[in-house]
Design a protein around this ligand. Structure first.
Ligand code: PGA
Length: 248
């Protein structure tokens, strides 16, 4: 049985004080959740967040990492540095990193490989742009991102990867893919993973939907057969919104 994972991607928001305020409130609301709840704040507050959520059911994720272990890589953060702070998950290949910071599939794949080697669970983001959807290329684009993202990953590790299907046109825009369209892509992703690895691995795979998930639409999305969670941006910034999403 797949246990749903709902992750909050705070992006470049919240300083130390704001993080403390959010988490002190959120941890009293979340209790012993039946699903996995992950908060992904900025690097600068991972340490304080880690201390506040210690001994709660809330897990910690980062929004990016280097594929290198250490050395002369100015501005980068290594997987060991994340592990040192109690981080268990890492978002990789988010469309903002692909589009604004020119991250390539090849580099994203190196990060996925390194994260797995270190025991971090990657949340690998895939998704098409509006132009690609309108040009009926959405499935080809996602297929390509998946094949490249999973390169050199062995079957043993494959099911530890979480796939977040995030249509780029739905991120931060208030537009959500219809639950049926999101599920169609999630089912396609699962069938691709069955093709690349095996039916068994594909059945274990957690597939999240991301893109304007909010309290009002989460239930319909989570009720879809192939969607096992959500990657939430804007609506994860307020404890009351995020808890409504978690308790869908
Ligand atoms: P959004 O962001 O929920 O604000 O659309 C989702 C994401 O980018 O992961």
């Amino acid at each position: 049985m797949r246990i749903p994972i709902i992750a909050g991607n705070w992006k470049m928001n919240k300083n130390k004080e704001e993080t403390k305020k959010f988490l002190e409130e959120f941890k009293t609301l979340v209790g012993d959740s039946e699903i996995e709840v992950v908060i992904c704040p900025s690097f600068t507050v991972l340490d304080s967040a880690s201390q506040i959520i210690d001994k709660t059911s809330i897990k910690l994720g980062a929004q990016n990492m280097s594929w290198e272990e250490d050395g002369a890589f100015t501005g980068e953060v290594s997987p060991d540095m994340l592990l040192d702070l109690g981080v268990e998950f890492v978002i990789l290949g988010h469309s903002e990193r692909r589009q604004i910071f020119n991250e390539t599939d090849d580099r994203i794949n190196k990060k996925v490989v390194k994260a797995l080697e270190k025991g971090l669970r990657p949340i690998l983001c895939v998704g098409e742009t509006l132009e690609e959807r309108e040009g009926e290329r959405a499935f080809d684009v996602v297929r390509d991102q998946l094949i490249k993202g999973f390169k050199s990953i062995n079957e043993k590790n494959a099911s530890k990867v979480i796939i977040a299907y995030e249509p780029v046109w739905a991120i931060g825009t208030g537009k959500t893919a219809s639950p049926e369209d999101a599920n169609e892509m999630a089912a396609y992703i699962r069938s691709m993973v069955a093709e690349i690895f095996s039916e068994e691995i594909s059945e274990e795979l957690i597939i999240q939907y991301g893109g304007s998930v909010k309290p009002g639409n989460v239930e319909d999305i989570m009720n879809q057969t192939d969607i096992d969670g959500a990657l939430v941006g804007g609506a994860s910034l307020e404890p009351k919104d995020f808890i409504e999403i978690v308790n869908f």
